[in-house]
Design a protein around this ligand. Structure first.
Ligand code: NDP
Length: 277
């Protein structure tokens, strides 16, 4: 009898998740026998749902909004990047029965920027808009790329300052409010706020992006997000959304679970083609 290993993504809401599709393609591409489902799990049901999943033979989980902090607390052991991020998007059952927690968002972003878009991060001045869970996950992997500096700007200024303070041992990083950005310029601006989801934009001053600078919205959509449009209007060399990051973070999770690295480029090309239709 063929044994099928079970995986899933938990989130709330989860209906529009592309993860089941992405992992199905990865499994076909690498000849792995597994299934991967999306399950709507509100925060208050998280612990019970995860326990039931693994008790019923589940091998690995992805966790998305609003469950990443809960997944961090649930994991028996954590990778260093998950520990720093205080958020976990990947849980994996280990051979010793313990649940490993990892955060693949940051490496997913870095791989998309450097591998898929040939963007050099070393020496760059980076602005991150937002100080929530996603922002937390990308800071350490970005600092590890020998960037010049990172500024985090957030609506709730204290959150940006406190978040920056957690990473000062890893590089040059400060936090501020949006109004403090006036007169400053950055090579790469990353939108890690959730404003794109509601078609809004944080208040950004003029001339924030250097000539030939890069804009990257962690959010993605079938149409260019408002921040991607902002980048285009501000003459960014590239103004990208987070679809590539989504596929790359999924590939990293797949590698943790299966020990095989799927090819991401054909999957990104396919999803890009579909959203243009
Ligand atoms: P959180 O809810 O943790 O954080 C939201 C952030 O947005 C906070 O900094 C919040 O500021 C800010 N914000 C919300 N509304 C406004 C507003 N009206 N004006 C200014 N700032 C605002 O969300 P996440 O960090 O988990 O997710 C952020 C984005 O990243 C989402 O769009 C998500 O889809 C995307 N994402 C994409 C991934 C990918 O693979 N492509 C992976 C992970 C996330 P404040 O602190 O003041 O409330």
């Amino acid at each position: 009898m063929m044994i099928v290993d079970h995986y899933a993504v938990f989130g709330h809401p989860i209906k529009h998740s592309k993860s089941p599709r992405i992992h199905k393609i990865f499994a076909e591409q690498t000849g792995q026998t597994l299934d991967y489902k999306a399950q709507d799990v509100p925060a208050e049901q998280f612990s019970a749902a995860v326990a039931a999943f693994f008790a019923n033979g589940g091998k690995g989980l992805n966790c998305t909004i609003p469950l990443k902090e809960l997944a961090w607390a649930y994991a028996d052991v954590k990778t260093e990047r998950a520990y720093m991020a205080k958020a976990v998007n990947t849980l994996a059952l280990q051979t010793d029965g313990l649940i490993l927690g990892d955060n693949t968002d940051g490496i997913g972003l870095v791989t998309d920027l450097t591998g898929n878009h040939d963007i050099t991060l070393a020496g760059s001045r980076i602005l991150i808009l937002g100080a929530g869970g996603a922002s937390r996950g990308i800071i350490a992997p970005l600092l590890e790329q020998s960037v010049h500096s990172i500024v985090i700007a957030n609506r709730t200024v204290d959150k940006a300052i406190n978040l920056a303070g957690e990473f000062t041992a890893k590089g040059l990083i400060t936090g501020c409010g949006f109004s403090d950005l006036k007169g400053r310029q950055f090579d790469l601006i990353i939108n890690a706020t959730s404003t794109s989801l509601s078609g809004q934009l944080p208040p950004l001053p003029e001339a924030l992006l250097v000539k030939n600078g890069i804009c990257y919205d962690l959010a993605y959509s079938n149409e260019p997000t408002v921040f991607v449009q902002w980048g285009q209007e501000n003459k960014a060399l590239k103004s990208l959304d987070g679809l590539g990051m989504l596929v790359e973070q999924a590939a990293e999770a797949f590698f943790i679970w299966r020990g095989i690295r799927p090819k991401t480029r054909p999957v990104i090309e396919l999803l890009n083609k579909e959203r243009k239709l």
